[in-house]
Design a protein around this ligand. Structure first.
Ligand SMILES: [Zn+2]
Ligand SMILES: [Zn+2]
Length: 92
């Protein structure tokens, strides 16, 4: 009852196939919208959202102001004081 459908990806403009089985899956889940992006873009989006929040490297540091341990997004260097977020804010 479903036929393969050709859709155009919103992100890269490439045509991709919304297959009959995918349509069935969507209907089963109650999704009313057709997919907006091809598989590659959907995967890329997932990947970028994951690496955007999760894999950012943080370094252990000790705040030069209050001596509290904190994490900073850059490698702390001995010639530059590191501040925790609280002290950093109040220093501004
Ligand atoms: Zn795409
Ligand atoms: Zn501090």
């Amino acid at each position: 009852m479903y036929n393969d459908k050709t859709l155009v990806c919103k992100d890269c403009g490439q045509k991709f196939t919304f297959t009959a089985s995918e349509q069935e899956f969507y209907a089963e889940k109650g999704f009313t919208n057709e997919p907006q992006r091809c598989k590659a873009c959907r995967m890329a989006k997932k990947d970028s959202s994951r690496s955007g929040s999760g894999s950012r490297q943080m370094y252990d540091a000790v705040c030069a102001e209050c001596g509290k341990r904190c994490k900073v997004p850059f490698e702390p260097r001995s010639d530059r004081p590191v501040y925790c977020s609280d002290c950093f804010k109040s220093n501004r």
